[in-house]
Write a protein that binds this ligand. Structure first.
Ligand code: KG4
Ligand code: ZN
Length: 471
């Protein structure tokens, strides 16, 4: 008799709400869809939301941890329970019989994402929140650099990188969640870099993210590492679309028009070496250590940039691409001509190299800014040029770009160096931006990709090397 009543009740529930909402409310996975809990709220809550005149549904309150419940109770503006319900520390007494009409604004909920990055030689995890107004907040940011493990080889060794990611990943994710002060239950989505990058490392981060997403029933966002770099300035400086981005790192050198989330046009890329790579090779040539960029910058301080003439590759060309292998060769030849190198020779070579790079960038970026204006993209008084990537830490390059932007009426935006180099904050943020833009989570079957251009329409350049084509 009792079981019959229970069955009838269940059938009625199915008829009214469907399989998914009922399963979600019971914290169970529905039979047909193992990733059913991907939404921002339980589907069941939407039903209640409407039924209860936009009050916060009880089901949502119940899914909070005790600390959040306490916060919610003391914040009646953000969190309104229908007067038909009384909540007593986690248990609720339903007083639905006492019907009263209430109207209120929907809650301004923050969305919180866990981000994971492991595409190269940094293992990173972060927790970032985004308000409905687009404002972001970094709740935790943990980065473990593998630099020391690769230093002896003068570059990143993929196998060493992948193993180091495996060893550190769990610990870093736990640390990020701990630092953020939120529980895994409070996190709305998981974003992990799934490309481009070294495949072994990408697998470690992507599988960790997917496992957490699957076990906790949260949506999984596979993020393009370059999109992370591109959108960081919106988190740090609230930059609005469209804007230009100069990405200069160890693996990429590109000028990208960022029209919106998921809307990128690559205007220029390197046809051979990435700029960071050119810095690293120049440093290696002079035994300055790895990574080379900071060493070259340091040595250049006491150097005379005019003593040794070096080429300005691609300067004056209408296309907006880069090339650094010729410059690298010119540095090598100049070093061979001066050998054995004195300390002053090294300083002069570094200063000359840095000047050649800075003037090349002034030309390439200057033309890009002019194109931005010519195409009528500058809605705002001062549109932004955003820099990203490790090379953006170089002060000579920053100086040149700052004065270039000033002269052409652009705002020069350089996120803090920590967020210019590889990190997981940018990955969590890219996931949040995707979610806010209504781009659905791409799910657990998204595969990792060693190459993944931001601009799918941009063709690989003739003569582009391994790194160039990747970009
Ligand atoms: O973005 P990043 O940390 O890692 C990826 O390559 O994705 O960039 C690292 C690169 C290295 O090639 C390093 O030599 C270069 O950025 N770099 C610099 C400076 N600091 C780092 N290059 C020039 N000047 C610097 N101060
Ligand atoms: Zn990067």
């Amino acid at each position: 008799m009792y079981s019959e009543i229970k069955l009838t009740r269940q059938k009625l529930g199915f008829q009214l709400f469907g399989e998914k909402p009922l399963a979600a409310d019971g914290r169970k996975r529905p039979v047909g869809d193992p990733i059913a809990l991907g939404g921002k709220y339980h589907d069941f809550e939407h039903v209640f939301w409407q039924a209860m005149s936009h009050h916060q549904p009880v089901a949502c309150f119940m899914s909070l941890c005790e600390r959040q419940r306490a916060a919610a109770r003391s914040d009646p503006v953000r969190f309104r329970l229908h007067p038909a319900s009384t909540v007593v520390t986690g248990c609720f007494v339903n007083r639905i019989a006492r019907r009263r009409k209430y109207s209120s604004e929907p809650m301004n909920k923050k969305t919180v994402f866990l981000g994971i990055e492991s595409s190269c030689d940094e293992t990173a995890a972060a927790v970032v929140a985004r308000g409905a107004d687009g404002h972001g907040e970094i709740l935790a940011d943990v980065v473990l650099s593998q630099m020391e493990e690769h230093a002896a080889f003068g570059g990143v060794v993929p196998e060493i990188a992948a193993r180091a990611h495996v060893e550190a990943m769990d610990r870093l994710i736990a640390e990020a969640i701990h630092q953020s002060g939120v529980s895994l239950q409070d996190i709305d989505g998981i974003a992990a870099t799934i490309g481009p990058g070294l495949i072994g490392g990408l697998l470690v981060g992507a599988m960790s993210g997917k496992a957490i997403a699957y076990a906790s029933g949260k949506p999984f966002y596979g993020v393009n590492h370059l999109e992370g770099h591109a959108l960081t300035a919106r988190l740090t400086d609230g930059v609005s679309f469209p804007f230009l981005m100069l990405l200069v790192s160890g693996g990429h050198t590109q000028i990208v028009l960022v029209r919106g989330v998921g809307q990128y046009e690559r205007w220029g890329t390197t046809i051979d070496d990435a700029l960071g790579e050119a810095f690293d090779k120049t440093a290696k040539l002079m035994d300055l250590g790895y990574p080379g960029g900071p060493q070259v910058e340091k040595a250049a301080v006491t150097g005379n940039p005019k003593r040794i003439p070096l080429p300005r590759p691609m300067r004056g060309e209408a296309r907006l691409d880069f090339s650094f292998s010729g410059l690298k060769t010119a540095v090598r030849q100049a070093a061979q001509a001066l050998a054995p190198l004195e300390e002053q020779d090294v300083a002069d070579l570094c200063a000359a190299f840095q000047l050649a790079v800075a003037e090349t960038l002034r030309d390439r970026v200057g033309r890009s800014l002019a194109r931005f204006r010519a195409e009528g993209l500058a809605d705002e008084d001062r549109p932004a040029l955003v820099v990203a990537g490790g090379v953006a830490a170089n002060s000579a390059i920053r100086e040149v770009l700052t004065s270039l932007c000033e002269s052409q009426g652009f705002a020069f935006v350089a996120p803090p160096i920590r967020l210019c180099t590889d990190n997981a904050v940018m990955i969590a943020w890219a996931g949040l931006e995707r979610e806010a833009a209504g781009l659905s989570a791409n799910g657990l079957d998204m595969a990792v990709r060693s190459r993944w251009p931001l601009d799918a329409k941009a063709s690989a350049l003739i003569g582009s090397g391994k790194k160039g084509a990747k970009a």
